[in-house]
Design a protein around this ligand. Structure first.
Ligand code: 6R9
Length: 647
């Protein structure tokens, strides 16, 4: 392996940074040697109704996994993200909203945020939502999405956001699983000049779930069906709602939100985060990873439907009293310069996006970037998937002009916040490396077969975490056993991330991608099992196996092997129909890139599909199929290769 180019931060950057190299080393050592002391002090950055006297009470013991942080502390998230800033920064902008239409912008100050959140909370009360109830949000990227989240926290309700790109079917299964008391949506979601019919999707979802009360924010004013007694218009409620609502006193371990995410098996899991530890971890990582300073303008391009939007558009930045930019649109509308135009317009200082967006934009060359003034930028961030060195270099040179440290942040829905990332004033960066653990995070590399920790500095294996950190998920909603089996069973005593990683000779970490049956399509996580179960739900499909394959833009694409029912002919029309079917069942992000007809699938004698072989065939890598002798019928492999070649 040739050693990567190393990019140290400039002396000027280091001088103003919160954390330099020496401080990182000192703080990191303390965070793992004395977690109680480190996190106990860190917790002082939050406002507590009752300060915690206990800090950490956690065990990864397979038989009784239990994670509690600050367990006797009491606080309220909306107080931390809104009220406590009013005295010092009430007139400072909290949220800059940039609409899909480039001519529409809104600035919401902390004072205005407070009014909106309090009113929204009173609307919930009015609709009968109580502490502990689940509220599903199916929303466009509008400030009301942030109000809806914070208002839940104010009254102690638990939000569960469903990404607006998910289908009615996917929405229905999440509404049912969380037994939601209320859905909050909008009439339509404008994106890239087109409107997604959110309310109509809710109507379809309710054909499956039965009537669930729905609050409808009038985003476009488009014509939607409003059902008497079930659907409630937002504006009318808002106008008459009082702007003061007492915050609920929450225990640090009370549930804050559920977010469904894909795993290697079964339906998506409801990842549950709680109040104190999550908020602290989101806030501290936001400040240090982006080297956020008071007055900076910070922009994360994610959607609030993903964990990145939760932690790094809403909770982390607002807990820190930051100005956070919320963008409704897409990077290519009205043209491919949109990101850069927004950076110039709002003088963005920290910019956080995904490799898939960078790859899509770099295809258009430097010119669309050079049209705009990028001089406000100080730190660039990357998240969601491994960033290839070409995209990293382009991001560094064309966008950052070689002067902005790039923080490649590795983390997961389950981890609540950044787990490994360079800190911009402390570490030199290497294109494609997640570099160093964040404070309190103890990564270990395990040998996949023995499950033993590898001690050598330079190594490769599966990435596990040795001990708990405050932002860790606490359970799978309604299914603690599934939580234990998914994350603590394969490697006893550790949290298993599902990712592989390499540690280089300097001790820096490189994420190599998933080692399970999860694929990453444009930074979106998807279980191959979900796509398979959508396919076999089609009347003409007997069996399906789905794998990821390398895709130049999306990182990974979706490759499906499909066996049809006896006597059903393999036709191009049916192929198109199945592509459309999966799209409808799950949503556009799950649209298959390839469907290959498979008269048979390679299976072991015990009937297990050998995906390793299917992955190789999808990659056109027929030379490295490995041992096929354990297959029940080795002949199916030749058939699949023939089919692949003849496509
Ligand atoms: C935050 C988020 C988590 C999975 C994770 C890994 C991949 C995320 C990455 C990265 C390499 C990075 N991933 N960040 N891989 N480098 N900087 O994306 O959460 O949607 O739960 O996905 O994404 O495979 O396990 P989530």
């Amino acid at each position: 392996m040739t050693e990567a180019k190393i990019h140290p931060p400039s002396a000027e950057f280091v001088k103003h940074a919160h954390i330099d190299a020496a401080k990182y080393d000192e703080m990191y050592a303390r965070s793992v040697d004395d977690p109680e002391g480190f996190w106990g002090e860190a917790a002082e950055r939050l406002d507590w109704f009752r300060k915690p006297t206990k800090v950490k009470n956690t065990t990864f013991d397979y038989h009784n996994v239990s994670i509690k942080w600050f367990e006797d502390g009491e606080l309220n998230v909306s107080v931390n993200c809104v009220d406590r800033h009013l005295a010092t920064r009430g007139d400072q902008v909290a949220i800059i909203w940039e609409a899909d239409d480039p001519n529409v912008t809104r600035h919401i100050t902390y004072k205005e945020l407070a009014v909106n959140v309090n009113k929204f909370a009173n609307i919930y009360h009015e609709l009968g939502v109580k502490r502990g109830d689940r509220v599903v949000l199916y929303m466009p990227m509008i400030p009301e999405a942030a109000y809806a989240m914070l208002a839940c926290t104010r009254i102690g309700a638990v939000h569960s956001i469903v990404f607006a790109g998910f289908s009615p079917e996917a929405l229905a299964s999440r509404v049912n699983d969380s037994k939601a008391a209320l859905i909050v949506t909008a009439d339509e979601a404008p994106r890239g000049g087109r409107n997604t019919p959110l309310k109509a999707n809710v109507d379809k979802a309710r054909e499956i779930t039965g009537p669930v009360k729905t609050l409808v924010v009038e985003r476009t004013g488009g014509d939607v069906h409003m059902e008497e007694g079930v659907d409630i218009g937002y504006t009318a409620m808002f106008e008459k709602a009082s702007d003061t609502c007492e915050p609920e006193v929450m225990n640090a371990e009370d549930p804050l939100f559920i977010l469904y995410t894909s795993g290697s098996t079964g339906t998506p899991k409801g990842v549950l985060h709680t109040t104190g530890g999550y908020l602290l971890f989101a806030a501290i990582t936001h400040e240090y990873t982006f080297d956020y300073h008071d007055g900076d303008i910070y922009w994360c391009t994610a959607d609030v439907g993903w964990v990145t939007g939760h932690s790094y558009i809403v909770y982390g930045p607002l807990a820190n009293g930051a100005t956070t930019l919320m963008f409704e649109g897409v990077p290519t509308y009205p043209d491919v310069g949109r990101f850069w135009q927004v950076i110039e317009k709002h003088k963005v200082n920290q910019f956080y996006t995904a490799p898939t967006a960078i790859r899509a934009l770099m295809r258009h060359g430097p010119e669309p970037v050079e049209r705009y003034d990028m001089s406000s930028l100080k730190v660039l961030g990357s998240v969601g998937e491994p960033i290839n060195p070409e995209a990293w270099e382009w991001y560094n040179e064309v966008v950052g002009k070689g002067k902005c440290p790039i923080v490649d942040t590795w983390w997961q829905t389950e981890t609540g916040g950044h787990m490994m990332t360079p800190l911009p004033g402390a570490h030199a960066t290497k294109p494609g490396a997640a570099m160093k653990p964040f404070f309190g995070v103890q990564p270990v590399v395990l040998d996949a077969t023995t499950g033993k920790e590898i001690d050598e500095t330079e190594c490769e294996g599966v990435l596990c975490i040795k001990d708990s950190w405050p932002g860790q998920m606490r359970t799978v909603f309604g299914n603690h056993e599934r939580f234990i089996n998914t994350y603590f069973q394969d490697y006893k005593g550790y949290y298993f991330s599902g990712d592989g990683c390499r540690r280089d000779a300097d001790g820096d970490y490189w994420i190599t991608g998933r080692v399970d049956d999860v694929i990453n399509v444009s930074g979106h996580r998807m279980g191959t099992a979900e796509v398979e179960s959508a396919l076999v739900a089609h009347a003409k499909v007997a069996e399906a196996a789905v794998v990821g394959f390398p895709h130049a833009l999306k990182g990974q694409g979706i490759y499906c092997y499909v066996t049809l029912m006896e006597g059903v002919p393999y036709t191009d029309e049916l192929r198109d129909e199945l592509v459309g079917w999966v799209r409808k069942e799950i949503g556009p992000i799950a649209k298959p890139d390839f469907i290959q007809w498979a008269p048979g699938l390679p299976k072991t004698r015990s009937g297990k599909i050998m995906r390793r072989i299917l992955r190789k065939i999808a990659e056109n890598d027929f030379g490295a199929l490995g041992d096929t002798s354990t297959l029940a019928d080795p002949g199916v492999v030749d058939d699949l290769i023939d089919n692949r070649m003849n496509k």
